[in-house]
Design a protein around this ligand. Structure first.
Ligand SMILES: NC(=O)c1ccc[n+]([C@@H]2O[C@H](COP(=O)([O-])OP(=O)(O)OC[C@H]3O[C@@H](n4cnc5c(N)ncnc54)[C@H](OP(=O)(O)O)[C@@H]3O)[C@@H](O)[C@H]2O)c1
Length: 350
């Protein structure tokens, strides 16, 4: 009897231990840098949940002024409270102890990437910021079952994930340049390997496929990153794309298995096989903060290391065409970036 009890206990213990080890292994890399970001400003889109919220916590812990750029102010304020408490619990962190000097600076600002008017209003508000050191293009929408349009008539996944961020980045480039060295991080995905751009049907007017539209938007993220890095080659603003891993977040909210009764079965399975949002933020943090990546631009990262993007993502002609369409559809082009002399004059006045 005693023997059997012992065998059962050790079997259960081993299975439990193996589960914990496997789950820990799935979490991937962990960014251990403890930079002091006092005096730095970071903008994170879609920071009210998921990977964006966890990224924001780490920037705040390191002392940065963090702007949570969200479309829902109620959700944003709730997240701000959580981020504030997380930062408070984490003090002191590395060589940063901003509680001794000041309260963490966490701001909620309205940004709906599905509206160029909203993106432009956000861009205008951000001109009052003294500096912008980090722009994290994190927000995304995935797999709207029916084709939906942004306020400007663009298919929503391409509209939010690519065109909205294209316009936003453009409007903030002047500030990023004036604050350089500065970094832009674009959240893409391994979904980009399955993505393709059909320029004759870029807005999915025909044959809308939710998965293909998401994949195309994530390919657009890498093409945009590479093309922007070429255009910023003479500056100290870098831009890189990341895949955060397979992460348990609300991104899957539009998929049927996440809504129906089956979610009671699928949710624990997903939780088991996926990274936590905190683990999902690690590659973003590495690319945004690591001193090892000073001057590195136009690359694609996964699990805190450089990875090879798809052949299509390396297609220069496709990148140039996408850039031209993006300029046309958003009304923003590189020649609208104010010259540095104008920016330093206005900074001196403020
Ligand atoms: N989770 C994964 O497994 C995974 C894998 C590969 C890549 N990624 C990428 O990682 C990034 C973060 O995803 P996540 O997993 O953290 O997803 P998430 O939890 O769904 O968060 C997405 C964020 O984007 C915001 N957003 C959506 N539409 C917006 C709009 N029109 N304007 C402004 N914000 C908007 C959401 O705001 P609301 O809460 O108001 O909707 C939310 O804050 C995305 O770019 C995603 O493509 C994720």
């Amino acid at each position: 009897m005693n023997n059997r009890f012992f065998v059962i206990c050790s079997g259960v213990g081993t299975a439990f231990g193996a589960t914990i080890c496997y789950k820990e292994f799935l979490q991937g890399c962990r960014y251990s840098g403890r930079e002091n970001l006092d005096g730095k400003t970071a903008i994170i889109t879609g920071a009210n949940t998921g990977i964006g919220k966890e990224t924001a916590k780490e920037f705040v812990k390191r002392g940065a002024r963090v702007i949570l750029a969200c479309r829902d102010m109620e959700r944003c304020k709730k997240a701000r409270r959580e981020i504030y408490l997380a930062a408070k619990a984490a003090q002191p962190f590395g060589n940063v102890n901003h509680y001794a000097k000041k309260k963490p600076q966490i701001l909620c600002e309205l940004l709906d990437l599905a509206s160029h008017e909203s993106v432009r209003a956000f861009g205008a508000t951000m001109q009052a910021e003294k500096r912008i050191d980090y722009l994290i293009n994190n927000a995304a929408t995935m797999r709207d079952p029916q084709r939906k349009l942004t306020k400007d008539g663009l298919e929503k996944q391409m509209g939010v994930n690519h065109f909205g961020h294209f316009l936003l980045t453009g409007l903030l480039l002047g500030k990023l340049q004036a604050s350089s060295p500065s970094r832009i991080v674009v959240l893409s995905s391994t979904a980009h390997y399955r993505g393709d751009l059909n320029f004759a049907n870029l807005n999915w007017d025909e044959d809308y496929d939710p998965g293909a539209a998401y994949n195309a938007s994530k390919l657009a993220n890498v093409l945009f990153t590479r093309q922007l890095s070429t255009r910023l080659a003479s500056t100290s603003v870098t831009v890189n794309a990341v895949h955060p891993g397979l992460v348990y977040t609300e991104l899957f909210r539009n998929m049927s298995f996440a809504k129906s009764m089956t979610s009671y079965i699928t949710a624990p399975i997903m939780w088991f096989f996926m990274k936590s949002a905190r683990a999902g933020a690690q590659t973003t943090l590495y690319v945004a903060l690591s001193p090892d990546l000073e001057g590195v631009s136009g690359k694609y990262f996964s699990n805190c290391q450089e990875a090879a993007p798809s052949d299509r993502a390396l297609d220069e002609e496709m990148a140039r065409r996408l850039w031209a369409v993006s300029e046309k559809w958003t009304g923003w082009s590189m020649d609208q970036v104010p010259p540095l002399s104008a920016l330093s004059a206005s900074a001196a006045k403020s």
